[in-house]
Design a protein around this ligand. Structure first.
Ligand code: NAG
Ligand code: NAG
Ligand code: NAG
Ligand code: CA
Length: 503
């Protein structure tokens, strides 16, 4: 139906083109005019074809099982399809995808390979749309093929579609309930198929039923942490979606949509889909790797309060920062539209971020060294794209200024007495934070701020968090964020009353 409509559009475009051509051979006066029109018409035809055919920037959704309106997003670049990484993936990007595909909009942005693992290389990472783009490829991102993501970080969408509006019962996923409420006869959990006892696919026994596996949709380090804790295996260092541990046997899927807060002592306390529905392929199976020793980052909120202050800075001095997405989207608009953009100032809320590793194992970036990204502007490698988030939130809970999801270079800047610093960014050194060492991003370094130029004076909440998407395992995530009061007047800002919390 939709396809036929597009064909009709193209046919109309062609007729318009032919008549324009005819017109210009018959009448000199309109030649210039019609040549313009011709270019316009040709452009329109190309655009229509792009929608129809597999051209640069085309999108498709894969792995969805309820119809063509959902799935992991794949994009065509250089003649090859590739996946999109879920870092920074939210409703704005999902809407651009759904609209490009001809749907009205998005119901939901999905992350953590909701529709199965990424099947292909990642073409895009840290996609950042402002919502006005008509194609995903026009949004900002790190560059084709530049990504630090694992295969369980595929981004997807569920688009709103016509049937939903018409059908009396929407095809929504069933509501979630606590596992122990659904299966009151009791549950048991075990790992199987691992090379060692502390890893494997997660198997669950619900009441008297046989052992089955857990669907890998939305399976993250939070759910994995509960399994490791329950089995006395320590902490989760990895959550995977794979049939690697199945040894060729396909076990029945027992439950799907498992969702934990991460602090539960037993998987039965977590939520799940009332009716099991596992999107993707048979490879979409939850697995874990557990470890007794684990890192634990702690954000220093005292240092944050002590150092927070305002600075007004001209865009001219922020060019590097713009390249790394450290300013608000408004700044990019100024850059496009103002001839004197370099004289425009931005107002920055600066502060020091000091992050201690209080765990029992080093904190290491989620990405192996050969995939680190060289950032020309700041002349260092980034080993972890989304290491920290800085958000300003208003009294109704809306984000009103968002510090980019900062990328960092991780190193030991300050250690407790008797602890030798070992990680250093310079000279392609190993990156990480040793036990009892801190990585310090002082308030005067580039990008260590929130761009609040568009913010009205008033009372706000400032939330600063490290490892905010739980991509690297830790003992606890309850100490990863500082949630503070921010008082902002025309002339100054103070950050006070911080409490420790989850990202
Ligand atoms: C139309 O253009 C052609 C060549 O461009 C010229 O030879 C001819 O005289 C023009 N006719 C009129 C009516 O202007
Ligand atoms: C070209 O476009 C202009 C304005 O869009 C219109 O007035 C004119 O009639 C068009 N000419 C042709 C040859 O289609
Ligand atoms: C880190 O510091 C704590 C508290 O000071 C101490 O108990 C622990 O042994 C130290 N760990 C290492 C590896 O130095
Ligand atoms: Ca922590």
């Amino acid at each position: 139906m939709k396809l036929r409509l597009r064909r009709a559009e193209i046919a109309i475009s062609l007729i318009a083109l032919l008549s324009a051509l005819e017109f210009c051979t018959s009448n000199n006066a309109t030649w210039i005019n019609s040549r313009d029109n011709k270019t316009r018409v040709v452009r329109k035809i190309r655009k229509d074809f792009r929608k129809l055919k597999k051209q640069e920037g085309a999108l498709k959704l894969i792995g969805g099982e309820n119809g063509e309106h959902e799935g992991n997003v794949e994009i065509l670049h250089d003649g090859k399809w590739g996946s999109i990484c879920d870092d920074e993936w939210d409703d704005i990007e999902a809407n651009v995808v759904c609209k490009q595909l001809g749907f009205n909009g998005a119901i939901k942005a999905t992350t953590y390979g909701h529709f199965g693992q990424a099947r292909r290389r990642y073409w895009m990472d840290n996609v950042y749309c402002d919502g006005s783009e008509n194609e995903l490829a026009k949004c900002r991102f790190d560059g084709w093929g530049i990504s630090d993501c694992g295969s369980n970080e595929a981004a997807g969408v569920i688009c709103s579609h016509d049937e939903e509006a018409r059908a009396p019962i929407p095809q929504e996923k069933s509501p979630k309930t606590r596992i122990k409420d659904t299966y009151q006869q009791g549950t048991a959990v075990r790992l199987s198929g691992g090379r060692v006892r502390s890893e494997g696919q997660v198997e669950i026994k619900l009441g008297n039923a046989d052992w089955g596996v857990v669907c890998g949709d939305s399976w993250s380090i939070l759910e994995a942490a509960v399994v490791c804790r329950q089995l006395g295996l320590g902490y989760a260092s990895n959550a995977v979606q794979t049939n690697f541990f199945s040894n060729g046997k396909t076990a029945p899927i027992s439950i799907s949509g498992v969702q934990c807060n991460g602090n539960e002592g037993n998987l039965a306390e977590c939520l799940h889909d009332k009716i099991a529905d596992c999107p993707g392929t048979t490879k979409n199976v939850a697995g874990v790797v557990c470890n007794q020793q684990m890192a634990d980052l702690v954000f220093d909120h005292i240092e944050l309060m002590r150092t927070a202050h305002l600075e007004d800075r001209q865009l001219y001095w922020l060019q590097c920062a713009m390249e790394e997405n450290c300013v608000a989207s408004q700044a990019y608009k100024v850059l496009r539209e103002s001839g004197n953009w370099h004289l425009e100032t931005r107002r920055l809320l600066r502060f020091t971020a000091r992050i201690l590793n209080a765990g029992t194992a080093d904190f290491r970036p989620s990405v192996p060294k050969h995939l680190w990204e060289w950032h020309m502007c700041h002349m260092h490698y980034h080993s972890m794209e989304v290491f920290a988030t800085f958000d300003v939130i208003d009294s109704s809970g809306n984000k009103v200024a968002e510090g980019h999801k900062a990328s960092f270079c991780l190193e030991d800047n300050q250690c407790l007495p008797d602890v030798q610093p070992r990680y250093k960014c310079a000279n392609y050194g190993d990156q990480g934070i040793s036990v009892n060492c801190s990585d310090i991003y002082k308030h005067n370094i580039d990008c260590q701020w929130v761009d609040i130029s568009e913010l009205e004076p008033g009372h706000y909440t400032l939330k600063v968090a490290v490892n905010p998407e739980f991509k690297v395992g830790e003992m606890s995530f309850d100490n990863n964020a500082a949630i503070c009061r921010l008082l902002y007047t025309e002339t100054f800002a103070t950050v006070h009353s911080c409490i420790m919390g989850r990202p």
